[in-house]
Write a protein that binds this ligand. Sequence first.
Ligand code: MN
Length: 282
Amino acid sequence: MPVRRLLPRRACRRVGAWVFLDHFGPTDGSAMHVPPHPHIGLQTVTWLLEGEVEHLDSLGSRQVIRPGQLNWMTAGEGIVHAELGRHGRAHGVQLWVALPREAAHGAPSFAHHAALPEVVRDGARVTVLAGTVAGATSPAVTHTPLSAADLRLDAGTDLAWSLEPAHEHGVAVLEGEVVVAGHALAPGVLLYLPPGTPAVQLVATGPARLMVIGGAPLDDELVLYWNFVARSREEVVEAVARWRNGGFARVPGYDGPGLPAPPEPAPTLRAVAPWGPSEGSP
Ligand code: MN
C-alpha cells in the first residue's frame, strides 16, 4: 500500500502537537491488517476517504469506521489496538497528537464520532475533525489548542482560507492538485505555515481535497520511537520492555500474535525540541 509520511520529516518535525501524519492509499485489494500493538503518550486520529476499517482495542472497544467518521484514541499511559481493513479498498490518513506532559500518563480512552460538523463556504465543503474551524467545533477531546479540517474544493475554487494566527499550520493535498499560497501541491507534500499567518490562498482548477492541520507550537522535547511518544529514552526503553514482557493489556476478540517488539533504541536516542538536530529514530 502506498504510504506518504508527511510528519515527522527532517525539515518539519511537528505542527503544533501534531507529530505524525501518514496518508495511505488509495489502493484496491490489499486491505490493511495491523495486528495488536501498543501506544503511549499520544492520541491517534483515523480519518478515511474510502474503505472501512475495524478498530479493536484493549478497553474492549470494537468499532467499524467509514468515510466521514472519526476515530480518536487516547493512549495516555498505554493502550493496545488492532486495525483491520475491510472490503479491500483503503484511502485515508492517520495522525498522532503528542499529549502534553500533564496528560501523557493519563487514562486511555477511545471515542468514535459518527458525524462531524460541516461548513460550506466559497466552494469548499469543510468537515471539522479537531478544534474550531470556520466557526464549527469538533467534539473530539484535545489537550492542547489544535485544529484539523478536511476541505473538499469544487473545480474553480479560489479561496482565502482563514487561519488562527497564534498557531502554526500544515496543508496536505489528499486528492487532486491545489495551488496553496502560490505552491502547486499534489499528494505527498506538507506545506508548513508558521505562526503569524492570518490566511492562506487555495486555488483549485479541478475538484480536490486537502487537509489543514494547526496548533499552538509545542516546545516540549519529545522522543518518537516505534508507536511511542515519550519525553526520555528511559521511558521508551521501559515501554519496549513492557510490550516484550506482556505488560500491556490484551485486545479482547483478536486471535493471533501482536506486532513484534522493536529493538532497544540506540543509546544516542534522546528527546528533542521541534527544530533541534535529528533524533535518530528509525
Ligand atoms: Mn496504532
